[in-house]
Design a protein around this ligand. Structure first.
Ligand SMILES: *Cc1c(COP(=O)(O)O)cnc(C)c1O
Length: 345
């Protein structure tokens, strides 16, 4: 891979902002008069570590990816935006993605004035690598993939993903926000074999910490260095770094939560399949499932009136009359089933 040919020239030649906490990072100083901070209200008076060393070491213990291959962002959404800003020249370059998928790839592309080329998934929401490749041209810098995919819930066939990794000369982003719920081998473990791969993870789903905003990107060192150059210097607040360390320290608890969600997923999907309004329950490896029903929008509104919010995906490509149901606690799932049993078509 020729990285320089893929990166925007202004980013390749950028001299990044050098912040006080970066210029002085080691040693034994106890008096900090370098950053115009207040000496009061510790620890919130101090700027946080711009490269989040301690947190990255904790991430490495869980995810097995070294610090130098890890970028931490204000949600995965920051990483998605940075990939576009590092690689795509506005008004010139384009990106390709599967459809339907997570909406942020398209929104971030449009914010950056980067053309977005969605490629409709095949039967069973499957990835067809040849059709994705056919949508690319010399200005296609990035392909966005998501597995398990949102909103469909299925994983993409490894064989097809590997075709893209091997034959596409640009960057392949694999968003694995839901990989903790899946039995598939995570793509982050294949990073060394694929220099053009960027894998996204998040604390927002299985790690039950959407409020703190912490996303991860794993990639080759040079790509990580480019993302670090472009990000805001202090992109992860101290409270977020502290809360992230705390939840990463509770891995056993998180695994129990995941097991409970998976057991409930099985129960809820089976119960849905028996509902008269339900036409189809699609296979899933995430903490949600997609279901085709009779009159999705009407059911959606009925559930709102019952105080239950699900996601109406019926206007999304391939998702006519589909609702996306997130797995809740056993009580929440029962509330949903009880409401649907009372529903009159
Ligand atoms: C929920 C979700 C995310 C999480 O984004 P954050 O900004 O980390 O909260 C990322 N990708 C996909 C596909 C998602 O569904």
């Amino acid at each position: 891979m020729n990285l320089q040919a893929l990166v925007r020239p202004n980013i390749w030649h950028l001299t990044p902002y050098s912040c006080a906490r970066q210029e002085y990072s080691s040693g034994h100083a106890t008096v900090f008069l370098d950053a115009n901070e207040s000496p009061y209200n510790a620890p919130l008076n101090r700027y946080p570590d711009p490269l989040q060393r301690e947190l990255k070491q904790a991430v490495e213990r869980i995810k097995g990816i070294p610090e130098a291959n890890t970028f931490l962002g204000n949600g995965s959404d920051e990483a998605i935006d940075l990939v576009l800003r590092v690689f795509c020249e506005p008004g010139v370059d384009n990106v390709t993605a599967i459809s339907p998928t997570y909406g942020m790839y398209e929104v971030c592309a449009h914010i950056n004035n980067v053309a977005y080329r969605p490629v409709t998934l095949g039967a069973g929401f499957s990835l067809e690598a040849e059709r994705v490749l056919a949508a690319t041209d010399a200005h296609t810098k990035v392909i966005f993939l998501c597995s398990p995919n949102n909103p469909t819930g299925n994983t993409l066939a490894r064989e097809e993903v590997d075709k893209l990794l091997e034959r596409f000369t640009g960057i392949v982003v694999m968003d694995e926000a839901y990989s903790d719920f899946s039995a598939q081998r995570p793509y982050r473990l294949d990073l060394t074999a694929h220099p053009n791969l960027i894998v996204l993870n998040t604390l927002s789903k299985a790690w039950a910490s959407a409020a703190i905003r912490l996303g991860m990107a794993f990639a080759g060192e040079e790509i990580i260095e480019l993302m670090n150059r472009v990000k805001y210097p202090y992109n992860i607040s101290l409270p977020t770094q502290q809360e992230a360390l705390a939840i990463l320290g509770r891995e056993a608890q998180v695994k129990e939560w995941v097991q409970s969600i998976l057991a409930e997923r099985t129960r809820l999907m089976a119960a849905f399949a028996r509902l008269p309004i339900c036409q189809e329950v699609f296979p899933t490896e995430a903490n949600f499932f997609l279901t085709r029903v009779d009159g999705a929008t009407r059911i959606y509104r009925y559930l709102i009136a019952c105080g239950i919010v699900v996601r109406d995906r019926s206007r999304v490509e391939l998702c006519g009359n589909a609702l996306r149901i997130t797995i809740g606690t056993p009580r929440e799932n029962d509330a949903l089933l009880d409401a649907l049993k009372e529903y009159k078509a």
